[in-house]
Design a protein around this ligand. Structure first.
Ligand SMILES: NC(=O)c1ccc[n+]([C@@H]2O[C@H](COP(=O)([O-])OP(=O)(O)OC[C@H]3O[C@@H](n4cnc5c(N)ncnc54)[C@H](OP(=O)(O)O)[C@@H]3O)[C@@H](O)[C@H]2O)c1
Length: 261
């Protein structure tokens, strides 16, 4: 009998892998980019604000990894394939995509405008799908498998008031995740989602400043604390790594037990 693989190598090692992270300039995406870099991957960084991306790129380089910046508005669907192709060229292929860019516009259902609905869907669902499509084509052509990780939310599985469009976008992306897992499994492209509870970032800063909302946001949280961006990055590193070789079509709740009861 050969030596067990668990003794041969670090199962979370990403040395030599090429990863693209959207929404990488701050918050969860920044922690994901740095976590993947620290595990050994070179990183393509995408969002609209170039100064934020450049700052994260410096931190990636400090880990000894290559960083490539692509400032782009991913709701401009026709820009997606050119951006992805340039990142693949500069990085030397793409092995991991983390579809993390997203927005939330909390509004009572009676107040939601068509423009607000469309802008949430445009980045959270439509851009995530077309990023996956552009990267999926490259991964299929490369013939070396790959990982796609979609950042959804606990609200893709359970309802939250004032978030009709946001919940719909995340539930939609959870199911897109499963469709892509089925279609691309034969190419060894594993597609999963990470679904966090509330994490303190720019996105949640205003809502979590309200003591009443904080209380509500912890009510179903078994651990009685909000997530950190590192808590979420850990789940993404796992799903990107050889430790998750048999995991696909899964939504990994990183929700402090919110959906357990
Ligand atoms: N924070 C939470 O409690 C929480 C919980 C569950 C799920 N999530 C999800 O986690 C992801 C990251 O959230 P976060 O809290 O880290 O938010 P954040 O701090 O607001 O970061 C969002 C990122 O997405 C980028 N982005 C937004 N619109 C974009 C566009 N049109 N094109 C390209 N990039 C765009 C932003 O950069 P630019 O604005 O510079 O483009 C930024 O880098 C989101 O998908 C969010 O729904 C967050």
């Amino acid at each position: 009998m050969g030596k067990p693989k668990t003794l041969e190598k670090n199962m979370f090692d990403l040395t030599g892998k090429k990863a693209v992270v959207t929404g990488a300039g701050r918050g969860i995406g920044k922690a994901v980019a740095l976590g993947l870099a620290n595990a050994g991957a070179d990183i393509g960084l995408v969002s609209r604000s170039e100064p934020e991306l450049n700052a994260v790129a410096e931190l990636v380089k400090a880990c000894g990894r290559q960083a490539v910046v692509a400032a782009s508005d991913l709701t401009e669907t026709s820009d997606i394939a050119p951006v992805v192709n340039r990142l693949a060229r500069d990085l030397g292929g793409i092995d991991i995509l983390v579809n993390n860019a997203g927005v939330n516009i909390p509004q009572d259902a009676v107040d939601v405008t068509e423009a607000a609905w469309d802008s949430v869907m445009a980045i959270n669902l439509k851009a995530a799908f077309f990023m996956a499509q552009a990267v999926g084509k490259i991964m299929i052509d490369q013939g070396r498998g790959g990982r796609i990780i979609n950042m959804t939310s606990q609200t893709g599985s359970v309802a939250l008031i004032k978030r009709a469009a946001y919940c719909a976008s995340k539930a939609g992306l959870n199911l897109v995740t499963k469709v892509l897992a089925m279609e691309w499994g034969p190419h060894e492209i594993l597609v999963n989602a990470v679904a966090p509870t509330f994490v303190e970032t720019e996105m949640t800063k205003d809502m979590l400043a309200d003591p009443q909302f904080r209380e509500y946001a912890l009510a179903k949280n078994i651990l009685k604390r909000f997530g950190t961006t590192d808590d979420v990055a850990g789940a993404v590193i796992y799903l990107s790594s050889p430790a998750a070789n048999l995991v696909t079509g899964h939504v990994l709740m990183v929700d402090a037990g919110w959906t357990a009861h």
